[in-house]
Design a protein around this ligand. Structure first.
Ligand code: AHR
Length: 326
């Protein structure tokens, strides 16, 4: 197993992330609305687009129960307007802390200002936003730009024998932080080697069905494709179905790197259908609950906490699979 570092988290220096360690001044302490003495957390999830998301939801729900936190969970079903409405509803309900995984990076200023005016601290999990950083307490999640760069490193390794690498890219949901940053990090990191060329790129919306549909179209319009960068496992797994249906061998005729490392992805890696996976850890629940308690108690928390992850090549998959948690 190629282990960059163990699966722990690291607090990142505020200077590196453009923010200072944040402290919810009064911990949102005026908002104990549930009457049972428990902390109330309002959490808005993006939806259920991927295996990663299912694992993330489970982690948050189970961790809240284990931590004795009253969780108000809302599923936005892929619509940003639902997510904004959910956050607004949490404000009206006077929850102690709000957390959400933003569907898109834009559109958050107004509702975040409303939360601040109501003295309810907001913790972003998984994804960031383009908004004044003083409007949220912390962002807990992966470094997506780094994930894009790691995918490029994997391609350099798995395509050593190839003179020209014609890459098809399946991007995540348009406007989301992982789609923007994984695209950027990858493009930057392959730019130095002229043999790598992104010949076609389009969103596959982080879903298996869309990944399959878009890959079918890619294969028809670009028969020269011999590599695929899928920004999550689900899109990659859908694309594999399209590649096989087109009579090509995934992992051989088309070299594939994906992101997430869910069990289904790792199984395809072990079977030789994927060549490398950049891990993105969805098990953010325990850290989130710890942070919620600290924020409620008025303690200082780091402005940015980055999840530390691994890279998996085919030779690593069989050993990693039995203990895979998601
Ligand atoms: O924000 C994390 C991304 O969202 C995961 O990589 C993807 O699978 C999910 O839907």
């Amino acid at each position: 197993m190629i282990s960059r570092r163990s699966l722990l988290t690291a607090a990142v220096a505020a200077a590196a992330t453009g923010g200072l360690a944040a402290c919810a001044k009064d911990g949102g302490g005026t908002n104990t609305g549930n009457g049972n003495g428990k902390i109330t957390l309002g959490f808005s999830q993006t939806g259920s687009e991927s295996g990663w998301r299912t694992a993330n939801t489970k982690s948050i729900q189970e961790s809240a129960t284990a931590a004795g936190i009253d969780l108000k969970f809302s599923d936005a079903q892929g619509k940003e307007e639902n997510q904004i409405a959910a956050v607004r509803s949490f404000i009206q309900q006077k929850v102690d802390v709000i957390s959400f995984s933003p569907l898109k990076v834009t559109g958050w200023d107004t509702v975040l200002k409303e939360a601040k005016a109501a003295n309810i601290p907001v913790i972003l999990t998984d994804r960031g936003v383009e908004a004044d950083a003083s409007l949220y307490v912390s962002l807990l999640g992966s470094d997506f730009t780094e994930e894009g760069k790691r995918a490029a490193v994997m391609f350099k390794e798995i395509c050593k024998d190839m003179a020209a690498v014609n890459i098809a890219q399946l991007e995540g949901s348009t406007g989301s932080a992982p789609a923007i940053e994984r695209t950027k990090g990858f493009a930057e990191a392959i730019a130095s080697e002229t043999k790598f060329k992104i010949v076609v790129t389009q969103t596959g919306e982080f879903t298996r069905s869309k990944g399959k549909e878009v890959m079918e179209a890619f294969l028809k319009s670009h028969p020269e494709i011999n590599a695929l960068y899928a920004q999550n496992d689900d899109m990659g797994l859908g694309a594999i179905q399209a590649i096989e249906a087109a009579g090509k061998k995934p992992g051989t005729d088309i070299r594939i790197v994906t992101v997430d490392a869910i069990k289904d992805g790792m199984t395809a890696l072990a079977a030789g259908k994927i060549n490398g996976i950049v891990e993105c850890n969805p098990l953010l629940g325990p850290q989130l609950m710890e942070m919620v308690k600290k924020v409620k108690a008025g303690q200082t928390v780091e402005k940015r906490i980055i999840t530390i992850e691994k890279d998996f090549y085919q030779k690593d998959a069989a050993a990693a699979l039995p203990t895979r948690q998601y």
